[in-house]
Design a protein around this ligand. Structure first.
Ligand SMILES: C[S@@+](CC[C@H](N)C(=O)[O-])C[C@H]1O[C@@H](n2cnc3c(N)ncnc32)[C@H](O)[C@@H]1O
Length: 320
């Protein structure tokens, strides 16, 4: 998908030996077969109606959107921008459970990792309530970071948490990791830290909304705040672009335990990333073992967001 090779609109499938990916053309270095793929159930009336507002050759360029609550965020390439309002109107008229259609107007910026959005159609608002795995998250897209694409990661982490653990969610945002953990595991305490006061405001709202307990919201810089809280058994570090600057603080904030480290990895630089993790641990007199590495999602051409589950233990002195 990152390289534009994946054919959208068709379902990937597996048999007991292989995974089959639909592609538009032959892929260099891979075996290519001529197969029929099952089509996704595209919203046909959307596609039909687009024909009345878009030149035919552009219709196939309209595909993905993210849904956050009742807001749809459409991915529109530059060539679709002149038709953005019309596409938004057609989208809402054919996807009636959405009330607002937006498109991204810029990339994630600043410490708070927020971005601007352009309004395409529907109600003029950026706040909503998003539902995920039986939880509800209230948020304002313009004020706080939120990604629906991390739902699988949140539930994965929540299921790993053991009874009575002390957990630190170093970059908690509006609380999706902390609240999933509080709901689906039984930790002693979750310290949820964020620099953005609006994120902490929504975290508190979401704690109430989901009727969970055991979360301590802390507004501040995680590097400093971890110094004042009890030693952690598990730390979640979801600040992929900058988490490397905080890894030493996380390692220092636990005796032994597990760190879920989200970071951006350039293709081919995996060894460098692992060496960095191990070096950061050694500088703190500890050892880092990588239990698991997950490729979470593409980030940019030739780089991706990865989740490292890292076990931190004390360095055993060598005997001579
Ligand atoms: C990528 S978002 C992740 C939010 C949340 N974990 C989620 O999954 O939705 C990173 C968050 O880190 C916060 N942040 C950035 N720098 C920080 C710092 N030095 N200390 C604490 N939080 C910080 C931002 O405000 C933002 O909410």
């Amino acid at each position: 998908m990152d390289k534009g090779l994946l054919k959208t609109g068709c379902k990937i499938f597996t048999d007991d030996k292989y995974i089959y990916f639909p592609t538009d053309a032959n892929v260099k270095g891979k075996e290519c077969l001529d197969l029929d793929f099952e089509q996704f159930d595209r919203n046909e009336s959307y596609i039909e109606k687009l024909a009345s507002v878009l030149p035919e050759d552009l219709i196939k360029e309209v595909h993905t959107f993210d849904s956050i609550g009742d807001i749809a965020i459409l991915e529109l390439q530059d060539k679709l921008i002149p038709y953005a309002t019309k596409i938004g109107e057609v989208f809402l008229s054919t996807h009636t459970h959405f009330k607002t259609a937006l498109c991204k107007a810029g990339s994630l910026e600043g410490d708070f990792r927020t971005r601007q959005y352009s309004h395409l159609a529907g109600e003029h608002r950026t706040s909503t309530i998003h539902k995920e795995y039986g939880l509800r998250f209230e948020l304002d897209l313009k004020k706080v970071f939120f990604s629906p694409r991390l739902a699988t990661e949140r539930i994965r982490i929540a299921r790993l948490v053991q009874e009575n653990e002390n957990v630190i969610d170093m970059f908690c945002g509006i609380g999706p990791f902390s609240i999933s953990i509080a709901k689906y595991s039984n930790p002693k305490c979750i310290y949820a830290i964020d620099l953005n006061p609006d994120a902490i405001y929504y975290l508190k709202r979401n704690i109430e909304l989901n009727k969970v307990s055991g979360i301590v919201p802390i507004c501040g810089d995680a590097k400093k705040e971890v110094l004042d809280i009890p030693s952690a058994d598990r730390i979640v570090m979801n600040l992929p672009k900058f988490s490397h600057k905080f890894l030493d603080s996380a390692i220092g904030a636990m005796k032994e335990g597990i760190i879920h480290y989200y970071t951006i990895v350039s293709e081919g630089e995996e060894d460098k990333c692992e060496a960095f993790i191990k070096q950061q641990a050694r500088l703190k007199g500890k050892e880092a073992s990588i239990l698991q590495k997950i490729n979470v999602k593409p980030y940019a051409p030739h780089s991706y967001m990865a989740a490292y589950d890292i076990k931190i233990t004390f360095l055993v002195p060598r005997s001579f």
